[in-house]
Write a protein of this length. Structure first.
Length: 602
RNA sequence: UGCCGGAUGGUGUAAUGGUAGCACGGCAGACUCUGGAUCUGCCUGUCUAGGUUCGAAUCCUAGUCCGGCAGCCA
């Protein structure tokens, strides 16, 4: 077994491997020689889109696989046909692939397409096993719990034969009532002592489709007096005559999560089954099932960590679905959504999301992570990687009166001051340019460093200009600023080193590209939107503003693989709806704006 | 209050009997052809009460508070 590799998700070889209580356990297990290979799994139910909380789990499970040179199986936990859909299967695969690409994609466990577990013999005992596909195999697909329905059924039969499971004829309401409450006593099923033969016959007939939905269940025979609700003869199979997205009409009985999950882990040879805290009370059941089946191979073990919460958003699938269904957002991948697809569309690099997962840590304590932590990591990443460009979001025209009508020159601009290798580009400059409306004020407050009547400001990479005249329309709206340039003040010129307080961005009016720019902000107005009352009352009405912007011409060749910083404004990414000639950019985040903060104080 | 967990600055997270550290955040300043970045300084913490120990965030006892569990959901 290899030692953990020492590299961070962001920058191989730089930062040390994270440590947390789960990795400590894995490390100890490895040191004790307990496993040949560490195998984890990421097991989403395909009933919704993956969100940033899943990203934490993906980074944990794949991170461990990566650090210990093991494997992480992607598995659809699809035991409830009424809630699941292939749309979700597809999106989950896409999101996982995006998040682990060039990081842990060599650790991704998939299986040969269509393959189900093999019957094998271990130490003379019959067993079921399904290993991963050869990475070079042509047709692969994720693991599916539903591919094990036959094996899980066989295991259930074994439990019945051992007298450890029985068919129960009570209705759901009866079972509910008889189970008792956490502090209330239970009443055993009237069918608890049914003979093995009768249960066997009934269970086989359940499978054969002889009984309607809800008429019977298979229950594990554990302990109705257990203080743990989940040990009070839990239902392990229910009847559901419905089409399954993966197995079609092959089955009309479906195993419950608790029964299917531990066995799926076992079949795949999972060593560490990592899930969130709410499954902690299920662990005795997880262990009970595996132990009572007398399985020949080493058993997987379940470990629980605290799920992620982030301020200014909601995380529950139900609420996210509500936002989508009620058209509060445009879809699961709306850039304001905390879904992985939304975050991707927003322009956040996978690398930054991984770094976030890495930085927040893994513990057992409930917590709410400040969204500022995410924002900080995204800014840090984008500052290093984004190409600088000039763009004006809310334009007002500046005419430089001491330049000839047909004046055009190419100005040298730096692509990324943080990365000299990114080089430079030419930006056209002419007599008329657009500047930001915010960058001019007729009667500015103190500490305002930008353009004002009679004042000077530098046009980034260009000349220092002085505002001579403010032209307004009949309504009093400023339509144009007439300025003169200090023609010697450009870089290399005699007055280039003159100090002026402000530098502003601009775009040549004659060369500007028109683009729709979507300015996204937080979806909610309060840090904990579901803390009390209706979360929909906390929706930020200004979470999206679309502006018609003027952009420098080089952006005509913008790529969705690239990230851009529009100087002084923020980070932007090309939206997938964008088309040649109809550019659409999404604002990932604004730059940190100390001027805005200064203004808020007063 | 049955069972299972958890409590370290405003937030998140380290310290595994030996100087309570890091990051975010906030505040102040330096620098700057991005009011960005960078740099400097400051701010605030071991749930409570006992005990063990030369020494306790860490071990023990009692308590307090918070979260989870009563789907034929996962």
């Amino acid at each position: 077994m290899a030692n953990p590799t020492h590299s961070s998700p962001a920058d191989a070889g730089a930062a040390p491997t994270p440590t947390d209580f789960i990795r400590d356990i894995v490390t100890a297990n490895v040191a004790a020689g307990k496993y040949q290979k560490i195998v984890t799994r990421f097991p989403p139910e395909p009933n919704g889109y993956l969100h940033i909380g899943h990203a934490k789990s993906i980074c944990l499970n794949f991170g461990i696989a990566r650090e210990f040179r093991g494997r992480c199986n992607l598995r659809m936990d699809d035991t409830n046909p009424t809630k699941e859909d292939v749309e979700y299967v597809d999106s989950i695969q896409q999101d996982v692939n995006w998040l682990i690409e060039d990081w842990a994609d060599d650790r991704l466990g998939l299986k040969p397409k269509g393959k189900t577990p093999e019957a094998i013999t271990v130490n003379g005992q019959p067993d079921f096993y399904l290993g991963p596909a050869d990475p070079s195999a042509a047709a692969v697909e994720p693991f599916y719990a539903s591919d094990y329905f036959e094996q899980i059924y066989q295991y259930a039969l074994q439990l019945v034969r051992k007298g450890k499971a029985y068919v129960c004829d009570h209705t759901a309401e009866e079972v509910d009532k008889m189970r008792g409450a956490p502090e209330k006593a239970s009443e055993p099923s009237h069918y608890r002592d049914r003979s093995v033969e009768e249960s066997l016959d009934l269970f086989q007939r359940m499978r054969a489709g002889e009984f309607p939905d809800g008429s019977r269940t298979l229950r594990a025979k554990i302990d109705m007096a257990s203080p743990n609700i989940w040990m009070r003869d839990p239902v392990i199979y229910r009847i559901r005559h419905s089409e399954h997205h993966h197995t079609g009409a092959a089955w009309c009985i479906y195993p419950m999560y608790d029964f299917a999950h531990c066995l799926s882990d076992y079949i795949e040879g999972i060593t560490h089954s990592i899930c969130t805290l709410e499954f902690e009370v299920h662990r005795p059941l997880y262990d009970w099932i595996l132990e009572n089946l007398g399985l020949p191979r080493p058993l997987p073990h379940q470990f629980e960590f605290a799920r992620l919460n982030v301020t200014f958003t909601v995380m529950s699938k139900r609420k996210l679905l509500q936002l989508v269904n009620e058209k509060i957002v445009t879809g699961w991948d709306d850039p304001r959504m905390p879904t992985i697809s939304g975050i991707r569309r927003r322009g956040v690099p996978a690398r930054a999301l991984r770094q976030f997962a890495y930085n927040i840590g893994v513990t057992k304590r409930d917590s709410v992570t400040d969204v500022a932590v995410l924002e900080n990591i995204v800014r840090e990443d984008l500052n290093r990687h984004a190409l600088r460009r000039l763009g004006v979001l809310r334009p007002v025209k500046v005419v430089i009166t001491n330049l000839p009508e047909d004046h055009v020159e190419e100005i040298n601009a730096i692509n990324n001051p943080e990365d000299p290798a990114a080089g430079t580009r030419k930006v056209p400059f002419s007599r008329a340019v657009w500047i930001e409306r915010d960058d001019f004020m007729e009667t500015p407050p103190p500490k305002y460093f930008r353009l004002r009547p009679g004042g000077e400001v530098r046009l980034k990479y260009g000349y220092i200009i002085k505002c001579d005249e403010v032209v307004k329309d009949a309504a009093g709206q400023i339509v144009e600023l007439r300025c003169t340039a200090d023609l010697g003040s450009k870089a290399g010129g005699p007055t280039a080193n003159r100090k002026v307080k402000g530098t502003i961005h601009w775009v040549s009016a004659a060369h500007a590209l028109e683009a729709d720019v979507r300015l996204y902000d937080r979806l909610f107005t309060v840090a904990e939107p579901d803390a009390e009352g209706d979360f929909k009352k906390r929706i930020n009405p200004h979470s999206l503003e679309t502006v018609a912007a003027k952009l420098e011409p080089s952006l005509a060749k913008a790529s969705d693989a690239e990230r851009y910083q529009f100087e002084r404004l923020g980070y932007f990414a090309l939206d997938p709806d964008s088309q040649p000639g109809r550019l659409i950019f999404n604002r990932t985040l604004t730059l940190r704006d100390t001027w805005a903060r200064e203004q808020q104080k007063s």
